[in-house]
Design a protein around this ligand. Structure first.
Ligand SMILES: O=c1ccn([C@@H]2O[C@H](COP(=O)(O)OP(=O)(O)O[C@H]3O[C@H](CO)[C@@H](O)[C@H](O)[C@H]3O)[C@@H](O)[C@H]2O)c(=O)[nH]1
Ligand SMILES: [Mn+2]
Length: 749
């Protein structure tokens, strides 16, 4: 019994993916064989041969990073009973909850409200929780919705706790009529009342979004008059203060940080840092959970699960953050746009988790505040050795602290508590003046915010960048994936959203690769482990992948047009690329099936992978090159969040591609045209002498198959059709390509 308290609070479970390992190794072997063959068959040194060799070399290197990332997947198992034995309810640490929203149109208030309600109703002592909502849209509607939601929360929270409701976001909970059944007689009545009350709440928010905010609330809303989303002073509203142990409602605070047209606001990262500072002034919890506005809590005990990792005696010393997986509701059938990210996290995500740790995904993540303030595991070790926190590395002189954290005395005091490891016993009622100071545009000027402290600036993928910084300092991270799944969110409902999102991610990630935070430097000069570094190289190079993929996709067409070949054309050697193609796809199909997905889903993911790499990633590549050349900057385009209604599931247009004037469709349409021209030439017997073979024609046809949605788009109407201007531009580009192909090139035969 004596060592009950020394039992670990979580365990790492290593997953055996033997089949994947074998298939991946065969794939690698075949890639090596192909490269070897290309080098050894010296009678084939032609231009397409050379380009193919370079592309395949790239694919091989990428494959090595993929394999290394996937090789030792792991996840964690948490022991809630052990945690509760060790810490009583009274001793549980405080937790600050952060929600970010930025646009009341793209992110409807009712979605944010549901996220907030699910957080307020967490299975955790309410007096230890404080929920801070950052509104970058400075929208009175969001504020109004939160005020109304608080009234509903007063009955919703007790209801959830009484009946141990699992999903505490009402819009999802009430979707499922079967929830209305329960053996307790009074349940049904309460369920109905609750549903009615929720409908009233959503009705009010709906009305307010269409008309205006009810006038009786005008007083409270006066501050919103004459504000503009990009130009307004700080607005902070303490909507509800927790009144102590017996109160079921956590604190709820609305924040819209100051924005001025010419001042950089650093998008989400900037918002997160303001939340960090304001919460530091008020509750200063040692842990923080951050959610995007569309991610609701699906497992009400998730805080306890995450604490098992963060409070574990080993975890306490080593783990910077516990990341829960991202899962999405209302998926489009068979994942037509390839954005559900189910198979990828299962292999790559847990692969990361088996190394130095999972990446920080921007949402669903529990952070340690002191790590956010820049501490490394080393600092803590040294301070412990010195037994003196005042002279140890942890505490800086007053001047240094101000240089690091800024001039707010209140905040510097709170940060000192965190660095020393002592927390406030009870919260301080919010000093609005101090809070406005730390939320102002100028506050971070000449401080370490965004550089050494808090969420890092400089990339639209602030999440991966911030996590990478922690790993480089020597921290680990853990994947926390209890059953039922902790959080659910919404994913783009069409290809436009998906492609734009993919572009933002890959540009942000590539930005990191080209910055001083590049994972390679992290391994050479920091504490980023080698295989973790390879995994980060894998993820930060999505944009770069577009170049070899586009070249490789153009090769078959080039060969058909110029009557040359890039594939081995002797029967015996042809088996290398053929087997490679088969093995790669078969193992991919099986991985999808093992993740519980259909073959159709596999194909949609595969196809979408090819499309996004050649379109979104390519544009991301160009965007970042232009940024590095200081020709243009990057922007954070917010993803549209939609509530899907179940009757839309039968709509025949579900899964169809829509198009607009965006440049993102230009590369895809051009590639498609080039293949069509090539196939037409091959069909017409224009390939004199038949330098190219079945292989080239097959590859070209395969590219067309991947681009089938674009082919349909050529004939589609309205939003389902590719705009004429894009078609014209693509045609010009395609014919230029064909023209250039037919001119003699130095290296060609
Ligand atoms: O200026 C901004 C822009 C965005 N956001 C918020 O950032 C979150 C993520 O934005 P979203 O448009 O939903 O992007 P996603 O691509 O869905 O988000 C993923 O990718 C982002 C990085 O690209 C991460 O920050 C997110 O956590 C991660 O879920 C949302 O809550 C927004 O309200 C802000 O608060 N301020
Ligand atoms: Mn999102």
């Amino acid at each position: 019994m004596a060592n009950k308290n020394s039992l670990p609070l979580y365990e790492k479970i290593w997953v055996k993916h033997t089949f994947s390992r074998v298939m991946d190794s065969i794939t690698l072997l075949l890639l090596f064989l192909l490269l070897g063959y290309r080098i050894s068959s010296n009678n084939n040194y032609t231009f397409p041969w050379f380009v193919a060799f370079l592309c395949e070399l790239w694919f091989t290197i990428t494959w090595i990073t993929t394999m290394s990332t996937k090789w030792t997947p792991a996840h964690t198992k948490t022991f809630l009973d052990r945690l509760l034995l060790r810490v009583s309810n009274y001793e549980l640490p405080a937790l600050d909850l952060f929600v970010t929203t930025a646009d009341p149109v793209l992110e409807p208030a009712i979605i944010t409200v549901n996220t907030v309600l699910s957080l307020l109703a967490l299975d955790y002592p309410a007096n230890k929780l404080a929920c801070y909502v950052s509104d970058d849209g400075c929208s009175p509607l969001t504020f109004y919705a939160l005020v109304e939601a608080t009234k509903f929360a007063e009955i919703w929270i007790p209801f959830c706790k009484k009946y141990n409701v699992q999903c505490r976001a009402p819009f999802r909970y009430f979707c499922d009529e079967s929830m209305a059944h329960n053996d307790l007689p009074e349940f049904k009545q309460e369920w109905l009342t609750m549903k009615e009350e929720y409908e009233k709440l959503s009705g009010k928010i709906q009305n307010a979004s269409q008309k205006s905010i009810p006038c009786q609330l005008m007083g409270e809303f006066a501050v919103f008059s004459q504000t503009h989303a990009r130009n307004h002073p700080t607005i902070i509203k303490v909507i509800r203060e927790n009144k102590g142990v017996s109160d079921v409602m956590p604190h709820l605070i609305y924040i819209s940080r100051e924005k001025r047209p010419k001042q950089p606001h650093h998008h989400k990262a900037g918002a997160m840092n303001v939340l960090t500072r304001i919460s530091g002034l008020m509750t200063n919890a040692p842990f923080m959970l951050n959610l995007d506005c569309d991610m609701y809590v699906n497992n009400s005990k998730i805080v306890l699960h995450a604490l098992c990792i963060l409070l574990d005696s080993k975890g306490e010393k080593e783990v910077a953050f516990a990341q829960c997986p991202q899962r999405f509701y209302d998926a489009v059938k068979d994942d037509a746009y390839g954005n559900q990210l189910v198979a990828l996290p299962m292999y790559i995500g847990s692969g990361f988790a088996g190394l130095q740790g999972i990446i920080y995904a921007g949402t669903n993540c529990f952070h340690r505040r002191k790590v956010m303030y820049g501490l490394s595991p080393n600092d803590i070790q040294n301070a412990k050795k010195d037994h003196d926190f005042t002279n140890g590395t942890l505490l800086l002189s007053d001047k240094e602290t101000i240089q690091k954290f800024g001039t707010s005395k209140g905040f510097v005091d709170s940060a000192t508590h965190i660095l020393k490891g002592t927390t406030f016993d009870h919260y301080k009622s919010l000093d609005l003046e101090a809070a406005s100071e730390v939320a102002s545009c100028n506050y971070e000027y000449n401080t370490a915010w965004g550089k050494e402290v808090g969420w890092l600036y400089g990339s639209t993928s602030e999440d991966v960048l911030t996590g990478l910084k922690f790993h480089t300092k020597g921290w680990r991270s853990e994947l926390c994936s209890p059953d039922p799944i902790a959080f659910m969110g919404c994913s783009p409902q069409d290809n436009l959203g998906q492609m734009a999102q993919h572009k933002r991610w890959s540009s942000g990630l590539f930005d990191i690769f080209l910055s001083k935070h590049c994972p390679i430097f992290g391994t050479i000069f920091g504490k980023l482990q080698l295989r973790e570094c390879l995994a980060y190289i894998w993820i930060t190079n999505w944009a770069l992948r577009s170049i070899p993929e586009i070249c490789y996709a153009l090769l078959p067409a080039y060969c058909i047009i110029t009557n040359s070949s890039f594939l081995p054309n002797k029967e015996l050697s042809m088996w290398i690329p053929t087997t490679l193609f088969v093995i790669y796809n078969v193992s991919n199909i099986i991985e999808h099936i093992k993740s519980g997905l259909s073959i159709r889903t596999w194909w949609n993911n595969q196809r979408m992978g090819r499309i996004t790499t050649m379109t979104s990633c390519f544009l991301a590549f160009i965007t970042i090159i232009l940024k590095k050349l200081r020709i243009s900057g990057t922007n954070f385009e917010i993803t549209k969040k939609e509530q899907v209604h179940s009757n839309e599931g039968t709509n025949e247009n579900v899964g169809r591609f829509s198009f607009n004037e965006s440049l993102i469709f230009l590369p895809g349409t051009t590639i498609l045209f080039i293949q069509l021209i090539a196939l037409f030439m091959s069909g017409n017997g224009n390939g004199y002498g038949y330098g190219y073979g079945v292989g080239e024609v097959f590859c070209s046809a395969y590219v067309v198959l991947c681009y089938l949605p674009f082919l349909k788009g050529l004939f589609g109407k309205g939003k389902y059709g590719i705009p004429l201007s894009t078609i014209w531009k693509s045609m010009v580009l395609a014919f230029t390509f064909v023209y250039l192909c037919s001119r003699p090139i130095l290296l060609s035969e």
